[in-house]
Ligand binder design. Structure first.
Ligand code: SF4
Length: 328
């Protein structure tokens, strides 16, 4: 009783009807008790973890017991953001924007492996490795998915954190202390933080310089006709050039005038053997046409001597004609 300041009413002086109804506490306790017992989560879910969050809100687990039965659809009326599910790069800007629209004091609970670290989709092309890269997380709830009981435990941990705060040191009552400049990441080739734009520009310039240097090395004039290094693919221009060379070689071979092999390059293919039909074999249609044309030319040169007409296309020349006899 010696700690009671002078002037404080003694219990004997408190009317009996009030003695059981008056208790003393601190302003912080009242302040935090009011905030913790009326914490309104924001109503949104991202993936499968949201199903467990919905279960926590339903009758079996019943968030109403903690004064949290109202999940607000507006960030301006919410105190707690439960990030429940896989955070894709498409959703991050919206989540950060919603967080920025929540008034202070505000809290974030990362529910499940995905929201905590990317979970089973970590390092995926479209998933971020944890929402804590973009908004400050107060409590992490592990699991895939966490059970409703685990989420309840996480919510109680948020309440514990609230009770550790003091109205005298709360940063949201001090100017400039919460002005952390949390920016909304923008979508691009990948998500980046605009606050690091100078850093990113310097890194991009360095990468571009390295790529240009590599390209300069790659385009250094190779020796004429040099074969590409093993394992490298020739460029489309190189392929087209080789095809043109091959076509020219083939045409020259067909006309009996094969070109010399390019210096240092692969030797041209040997000319094909004369197209003599195999014994007992059939002539190709091209060869037949060529022979028919020769026969007609000879016939015309002989002055239009009488003879049988060439056989129909696709058949061998008639055995009765002079040309046919020669060909046979
Ligand atoms: S942590 Fe598991 S249950 Fe939760 S959103 Fe990711 S994959 Fe789904």
């Amino acid at each position: 009783m010696s700690d009671i300041p002078a002037g404080t009413p003694q219990p004997a002086e408190i009317p009996p009807e009030l003695q059981q109804n008056v208790f003393m506490t601190t302003l912080d306790n009242v302040y935090n008790w009011g905030r913790a017992r009326s914490m309104w989560p924001m109503m949104f879910g991202l993936a499968c973890c949201a199903i467990e969050m919905i279960a926590v809100q339903a009758a079996r687990f019943d968030l109403s017991r903690f004064g949290m039965e109202i999940m607000r659809a507006s960030p301006r009326q919410a105190d707690l953001m439960i990030v429940s599910g896989t955070v894709t790069k498409k959703m991050v800007p919206n989540i950060v924007r919603l967080y920025n629209q929540m008034p202070e004091p505000k809290y974030v609970l990362a529910m499940g492996a995905c929201a905590t670290s990317g979970g089973p989709f970590k390092e995926g092309y479209n998933v971020v490795s944890g929402i804590d890269k973009y908004v400050p997380v107060d409590v992490y709830v592990p699991g895939c998915p966490p059970t409703p009981e685990a989420l309840l435990y996480g919510l109680l941990k948020v309440h514990e954190k609230v009770f550790k705060e003091s109205i005298r040191t709360a940063p949201w009552y001090k100017k400039g202390q919460r002005d952390e400049g949390i920016t909304v990441p923008v979508l691009g080739p990948d998500i980046y933080n605009p606050q690091q734009v100078d850093l990113l520009k310097a890194a991009a310039a360095k990468a571009k310089e390295a790529a240009e240097a590599k390209a300069r090395q790659g385009t250094a004039a190779p020796p004429a006709g040099a074969a590409p290094a093993a394992g490298t693919r020739p460029s489309p221009e190189e392929l087209e050039r080789r095809r043109a060379e091959a076509r020219a070689r083939k045409a020259a071979q067909e006309s009996g005038n094969a070109p010399a092999a390019p210096a240092g390059g692969p030797a041209p293919l040997p000319p094909p053997a004369p197209a003599a039909p195999a014994v007992g074999g059939r002539l190709s249609p091209e060869e037949l046409d060529r022979r028919r044309a020769e026969a007609r030319a000879r016939k015309a040169a002989q002055g239009g001597a009488a003879g049988p007409a060439p056989a129909a296309s696709g058949q061998e020349p008639s055995a009765g004609g002079q040309a046919g006899k020669e060909e046979k």
